[in-house]
Design a protein around this ligand. Sequence first.
Ligand SMILES: NC(=O)c1ccc[n+]([C@@H]2O[C@H](COP(=O)([O-])OP(=O)(O)OC[C@H]3O[C@@H](n4cnc5c(N)ncnc54)[C@H](OP(=O)(O)O)[C@@H]3O)[C@@H](O)[C@H]2O)c1
Length: 234
Amino acid sequence: MSSLEGKTVLITGASSGIGKAITRSCLDHGAQTIGLCRSIKKLPREVIALECDLSCPDQIVTAFGTLTHLDILVNNAGLAYLSQITTGDPTLWQKMWQINVHALSLCSQEALKLFPKGSGHILNCSSLSGHRVPPTGGFYAATKFAVRAITESLRCELSQSRSGVRVSSISPGFVDTPLLEDYFCGREDQLAQTKREIRMLTPENVAATALHILTAPKGVEINDILMRSADQAV
Ligand SMILES: NC(=O)c1ccc[n+]([C@@H]2O[C@H](COP(=O)([O-])OP(=O)(O)OC[C@H]3O[C@@H](n4cnc5c(N)ncnc54)[C@H](OP(=O)(O)O)[C@@H]3O)[C@@H](O)[C@H]2O)c1
């Protein structure tokens, strides 16, 4: 029996990067797999597509309202812009907050309505930038520190109510995905240099760790895994 056989998993941001790799892995391990994103044409044929713009709370509620059952939510969708506190564009802060923090929280609240009594699992995609602030971390790091706080709040609320729902997060360093083009926008030389100097994690490396978390024995809750390329110093 495949490790996610019989489970229904919803992955946000399933169309690209880490979410795409987690989606592939869920399909390969027998899960009924739902992909939520805007670019649903990019999803594999076997995925149940849920078109939704996470910057619109009404669309989130409507999209989850079309579902009848869920076992696992992977809150993966995210935005990363270099936007410093001193000089950054506040509209980019707002965009990152909306997707990385607000949508993640609302998707969690909606998913809880769909989990079977006594079980369920929420996996949040955080970042090493939720554990330490790199000099260029700016507002992005603030959103990932918030993801860490929300993950822990959710864990406390759900364990105090003995819900049986597990809450986890995964905190990667650099992963080679399209997100880095936004993060390094205007600093393309620095991105090229970083890629020359360090082998980045692949989305598949992160998906393998996500699978490890999602297939932990019943009753075992892995709360966070920090992972980075062995070449990444900080
Ligand atoms: N790459 C890294 O180095 C790295 C490191 C640590 C943590 N992370 C985290 O990992 C997660 C995934 O990042 P990634 O690198 O895989 O990024 P990516 O390749 O840029 O993919 C981002 C995903 O988010 C979805 N998304 C963005 N805005 C959306 C919106 N308004 N509504 C619905 N979906 C939206 C996109 O789907 P559509 O465009 O189709 O809507 C896409 O599938 C993020 O939370 C990121 O912060 C990344």
